[in-house]
Design a binder for this molecule. Sequence first.
Ligand code: SR1
Ligand code: MG
Length: 396
Amino acid sequence: MQPDDAIAYAKERGFFPADAELESEEIGDGNINYVFRVRDRRSGRSLIIKQGGETARISDAFRITPDRVRIEYEMLKRYNELAPGLAPEVYAYDEVMRAFAMEDLSHLSIMRRALMEHRKLPHFVEHITTFLVQTLFYTTDVAMDPKVKKALVRRFINPDLCEITEDLVYTEPFTDAKRRNDPYPPNREWIERMIYGDGELRREVAKLKWQFMSEAQALIHGDLHTGSIFVDERETKVIDPEFAFFGPIGYDVGNVVANLMFAWANAGATMEDEAARLDYLHWLEQAIAGVVDRFRAKFLAAWHQDARDPLARGIGVAEDYVDRVIVDSAGVTGLELARRIIGLAHVKDITSISDPEKRLKAERTLLRAAKVFILDRYRHLDGSAFVATLKTAHRE
Ligand code: SR1
Ligand code: MG
């Protein structure tokens, strides 16, 4: 689709009245898709149209099924049921065009950008932890009818998108197996020594990778970084669940936490006024700890209220389960930190640090922390442990 095709499509599907004066622009800034905003100049009404091609925007080398658009549409519908108000409304899915229409959220900002502008988001922790628990706990075997869940597992088999994650998140940052890693040149030699050269790290990453590939724990978003979240000071909306499948809950929690850490590194390297910087870093540290701790508290509350498996009521069962999810989240925090610095898909929080010395230091801080999150994930059981690892890595 080109912008004019999006206009023709919106007209043909009757999304606007016949006398609408439509304009369209391509607004996607992700690695995979093209996204169009179509707006009626007469009424000011607008909507978003997303269509899935056969390859990724970042590189034609990625061939990915357009079925991801169906997955995304169905996920967004589910989010509206499970976590109302925390995802855009969706209007219609077109099986032939592999396209869907949804609410225009352009009154909000992509969270990565908001954090790089050093905006505080007072409701984010409460919103995202509600989203995580509502979408994850309620799609586990603990809360669902196991046969209904198995039917859903089949509906959300997502091999192409999972392969991207298996390669880009789990395998390549630690091996450069496909020779497409793209580290910041001044850090290349350090990364070869500290990351590729660490056999124990690869062994632990292998365990996490096979867990990702085989543990159908809950229906996860699968790519919950701060580019997949729209925010302002009042609202939070999760978008882009095209990587969704039944996988480990910690994959979503760890992605949120790691991407707050990229914002922390960005603020530390770019904010010049010391008082403002310390204040913002403190807010981010509270947000990191808050995501872990509020997730845990809400997950346990949901469990005690709605667990349906008879074994779920045993003493300590819920606590053991959520402890393991937090440990998995620590592992994924480390994986996401590492892959966005070493691998193919970088984040602007880091690449926009213009002072070379500060960027080099920020990357090394996050990579040292990444190793601790992966190797010592079992001792990360609450939010303060996550923040302590980050701050210790910064001091080293
Ligand atoms: C080929 S896609 C690269 C990355 O962009 C997506 O948002 C996912 O994070 C993926 O790993
Ligand atoms: Mg995306």
